[in-house]
Ligand binder design. Structure first.
Ligand code: ADP
Ligand code: LRH
Length: 491
């Protein structure tokens, strides 16, 4: 059978991209056809996503995909970052720009929710890690606003883009699981959380799952992109991390994964949620994955720390290039200063070098001075946080971890991958960097009948077609123990 051609729209917090995948038994090629920056905008004191600029990028990308593929696509899937949403009025028009999860509006919202549903009960119902910006807290913060009052519909960001492409509304379950309104045992809404928090579940269109049909491109979209219809749109793991986990090229189940981009999502794939008190205390989440799996993981601050340093330097008129910065950081002595990459103080945008320097001084460590020193501090700190979360994922699941897989943009960062191997004392397999787009394409291809197989079968195809880099742990566990102790973290 000849390979078929699918487009993956993958919207990350730092960039959006449209990738073209050629897929068939034994074949999996992925080409980037368009990448566009994702730059949030503050207006009226609120940090927003520029969602129409992103949609512009999606249309440009689909046109480029069509040109590369001879005008025809066998399908399209959309994935993107979690928790955020757009509100629609009764005519289906967007009511204002979606608010960014890093906006300050959620301050105090968790306390308001916990007053009606204590944190341990909320965890027992949803299995979700506490992040101050979970959708349940955003909707609580928005309560009483004219915009929410006028809303007939709420669409999560990837579902919003699918709606604009097709006119069909739905709520894809992997991303719905990040709202903190879903029960991971039933894989359905939690009436209890909705009732207690006063959130109206009828705002959400019907749930759909990875592989379900999500409509066909509208005539206006065909005209705009030059594509020849019909082009089906398929629901994929629309949470980017769910698609990235499909794209982890693991054999067997004794692996942990780290999906590293703006965030590092560190954990493992399980068959059932872990709702224990130990899991709650470790702030591990039970987000839903493809094929009935659970993503048991914790958010670590991720390369956001470095992105935001670089933005600060550029705003000061002293822009830095990533390549030379990483090369210089690799030459510096290890573990001079580290910060706690789980500290919520790093969540908001703003002067990141200042916050990192303050955190170092507050823990009796020297503050980094040069850009290379800040970069080294960030990468050492991420590796240290990866180590703790991998160990916790192992302990909480009660199953040994023998390999750590790193996927996402951070898989291109050789220093981060080596430091993570060293810190974890485990072999690291790095790649693919575009795991989310690959997972997106694989789920579409399977739904279209171009491939068959379980997740294990899809991953075998990844292993035989994608370039992977291998890192072996170097000795020196004591130095990592010492660094963890300096910031009051467990080893
Ligand atoms: P997101 O999907 O959250 O927007 P990505 O998975 O695209 O994030 O990862 C973006 C990050 O990957 C960048 O911030 C950068 O640190 C890292 N990265 C991207 N390309 C490279 C590269 N060539 N070398 C090293 N790091 C890279
Ligand atoms: C990564 C991600 C992550 C969420 C965060 C909001 O892009 O989807 O899984 O926690 O963004």
């Amino acid at each position: 059978t000849t390979p078929r051609t699918f487009a993956a729209v993958d919207l990350g917090a730092s960039s959006g991209r449209v990738m073209l995948g050629r897929v068939g038994p034994g074949t999996l090629d992925l080409t980037e056809v368009h990448r566009f920056p994702n730059r949030p905008v503050t207006v009226g004191g609120t940090l927003h996503w520029d969602v129409l600029a992103l949609y512009r990028g999606v249309l440009d990308g689909l046109r480029a995909a069509g040109r590369t593929a001879g005008g025809r696509l066998d399908g399209i899937g959309v994935d993107g970052w979690a928790v955020d949403y757009g509100l629609l009025d009764a005519t289906g028009s967007l009511l204002g720009n979606p608010v960014h999860y890093r906006d300050a509006r959620t301050e105090g919202a968790a306390e308001a929710v916990h007053a009606v549903l204590p944190a341990d009960r909320l965890y027992a119902e949803t299995g979700l890690q506490h992040l101050p910006f979970n959708t349940v807290f955003q909707l609580t913060a928005a309560r009483g606003t004219p915009q929410l009052a006028a809303a007939e519909r709420l669409l999560m960001i990837p579902d919003l883009v699918s709606y604009w492409l097709t006119g069909v509304q739905g709520t894809e379950i992997t991303n719905a699981s990040t709202t903190q309104l879903v029960d991971p045992r039933t894989r359905d809404w939690s009436p209890e959380v909705a009732r207690r928090t006063g959130i109206d579940l009828s705002l959400f269109p019907a749930l759909r799952g990875p592989g379900d049909p999500a409509g066909e491109l509208l005539p206006e979209v065909l005209a705009e992109t030059g594509l020849t219809g019909p082009v089906p749109v398929t629901a994929v793991g629309s949470h980017d991390t769910a698609s990235a986990v499909v794209g982890v090229p693991a054999a067997g189940d004794d692996f942990a994964y780290i999906a590293t981009g703006t965030w590092s999502l560190v954990g493992r794939e399980l068959d059932a949620p872990v709702l224990t008190e130990a899991s709650r205390r470790a702030n591990f989440t039970n987000e839903l994955g493809v094929d009935g799996t659970v993503r048991h993981l914790r958010n670590v601050m991720g390369l956001w720390l470095l992105q935001e340093c670089m933005r600060t330097w550029a705003d000061r008129g002293d822009p830095k290039d990533l390549g030379p910065l990483l090369a210089a950081a690799a030459e510096l002595p290890p573990l001079r200063s580290v910060v706690d990459a789980g500290d919520p103080a790093f969540i908001p945008p703003g002067d990141m070098p200042r916050r990192i320097a303050d955190a170092c001084l507050a823990t009796g460590q020297p503050a980094p001075r040069t850009a290379a020193e800040f970069t080294r501090c960030v990468l050492d700190s991420l590796a240290l946080a990866h180590r703790e979360a991998v160990a916790q994922a192992r302990d909480l699941s009660g199953k040994e971890v023998t390999t750590v897989h790193i996927v996402g943009g951070g898989a291109r960062n050789a220093l981060l991958c080596q430091l993570t191997a060293d810190a974890c004392g485990l072999p690291v397999v790095a790649g693919p960097a575009e795991a989310a787009a690959l997972g997106n394409v694989l789920v579409q291809a399977r739904a279209a009948g171009a491939l068959d197989g379980s997740l294990a079968g899809l991953r075998a195809l990844l292993r035989s077609t994608q370039r992977l880099d291998h890192y072996t742990a170097r000795p020196g566990a004591a130095a990592w123990d010492d660094a963890a102790a300096r910031i009051g973290r467990a080893r």
